[in-house]
Design a protein around this ligand. Structure first.
Ligand code: PLP
Length: 390
């Protein structure tokens, strides 16, 4: 066995995205104890930075010690008790996962299924909410498996009007498009560190409203999960000190998250959204100039996740393989019903730059030309340059 030296890759798939050097440097700082006063000061800064970027000033905000799925698991397992009715909107892989976890929590799951590539339909969700006494609505804001964005505010309002709580998956949205827990009236939102926050995977920023905390406190029995039991977790993260041991926090990962949040706040959350949108417009213009089509209708597209239809006769895996081998550039494949039919190009966090857009268009048009698709690199780059204007 030898030290592991990863190949140098450029990450433009559905996540993880490129991690900036300042975050990598923060991760390598000396480990201290998780009850050290200096570490507790860092925890307080992380909590308030999360409240700011998630627009959740009245929520309790903590990073859970595991990847984005931990946020999903924690939200559903803390709020659902056996026999509760949960409406779950499914418009891709991650809504599917929410439905699966809700069923494992013993809930009666009312699924609202959509074709993959469409946003969640408020009318159908409203009808499902009204069809029975419902504990909560769960849906994905930014569906990474398709690149579709759903309108979170009206969906949370529908839940609220029916006396139900709302859980919004913001794993891919946070930092890339507007996330507004307070404005939406969302009860729980959670994210992941490896998308538009550009830190490595392994933590799940989580925000929980007072109403959701009250629902957790009123449970007949403790949640089936111990590590993600919000009552226990808040004993460690809650308040402003006097912490009791719950688990050993992933110290260095939290240094990384702290640095990533600092970088986002220095850039400005709105400026980060504007950058993601500008890169998406340039990439989309380049792709369209190359004769390629995006899966999702323009109004519903996520800037940070671009689902591109694979042209007839093109071997999608061979194209990705060539991009990786020749350019060290990773893009993603389709999942589920979209397997073999789309590529997923991420423009997330540190991977949302003009350089990434140009490299991706160069590599993709080269990979297509290698399969006898007409060479479109010049047209694609010219169209992207016209949008980038530099
Ligand atoms: N939700 C969404 C929308 C995601 O894109 C992902 C991961 O890609 C997850 C949940 C799960 O996150 P993780 O893979 O970090 O557990």
């Amino acid at each position: 066995m030898r030290s592991f030296e990863p190949p140098r890759r450029i990450l433009m798939g559905p996540g993880p995205s490129d991690v900036s050097p300042r975050v990598l440097a923060a991760l390598a700082r000396p480990t201290i104890g998780h009850l050290d006063p200096a570490f507790q000061a860092l925890m307080e800064e992380i909590k308030s930075a999360l409240a700011e970027v998630m627009k959740a000033p009245g929520h309790a905000c903590v990073p859970l010690p595991a990847p984005g799925s931990a946020g999903m698991e924690a939200a559903l397992q803390n709020l659902l008790e056996p026999g509760d009715r949960a409406v779950v909107a499914v418009n891709g892989q991650f809504g599917e996962r929410m439905a699966e976890i809700a069923a494992r929590a013993g809930a009666e799951v009312a699924r609202v299924d959509h074709d993959w590539g469409l946003p969640v339909d408020p009318e159908r969700v409203g009808a499902a909410l009204k069809a029975g006494k419902t504990k909560l609505l769960a849906f994905v804001h930014a569906e990474t498996s398709t690149g579709a964005r759903s309108d979170a505010g009206p969906l949370c309002a529908l839940a609220h009007d029916c006396g139900a709580l709302s859980i919004v998956d913001c794993v891919t949205s946070l930092g890339g498009i507007e996330v507004d827990a307070e404005g939406w009236g969302a009860d729980v939102i959670y994210s992941g560190t490896q998308k538009c926050l550009s830190a490595p995977p392994g933590l799940s920023p989580f925000a929980v409203s007072a109403a959701a905390r009250a629902a957790i406190d009123a449970r007949a029995a403790p949640p089936r999960t111990w590590l993600f039991d919000m009552g226990l977790l808040m004993g460690y993260w809650g308040g402003a000190g006097g912490r009791t041991y719950h688990h050993t926090a992933p110290i260095n990962a939290l240094y990384g998250l702290h640095e990533a949040l600092l970088a986002l706040l220095e850039e400005g959350v709105a400026a980060s959204h504007a950058r993601h949108l500008r890169m998406h417009e340039a990439l989309a213009a380049g792709l369209e100039a190359a004769g390629l089509e995006l899966l999702v209708a323009p109004a519903d597209r996520l800037p940070q996740l671009n689902a591109v239809k694979v042209p007839d006769g093109v071997d999608e895996a061979a194209a990705r393989g060539r991009m990786l081998a020749r350019y060290n550039l990773e893009i993603g494949a389709g999942l589920g019903p979209l397997r073999g039919r789309i590529w997923r190009i991420g423009l997330m966090g540190a991977s949302a730059t003009p350089w990434h857009v140009r490299l991706c268009l160069t590599a993709l048009t080269d990979a297509l030309a290698a399969q006898n698709y007409p060479d479109a690199s010049r047209a694609a780059l010219a169209a992207a340059d016209a949008k980038l204007g530099d």
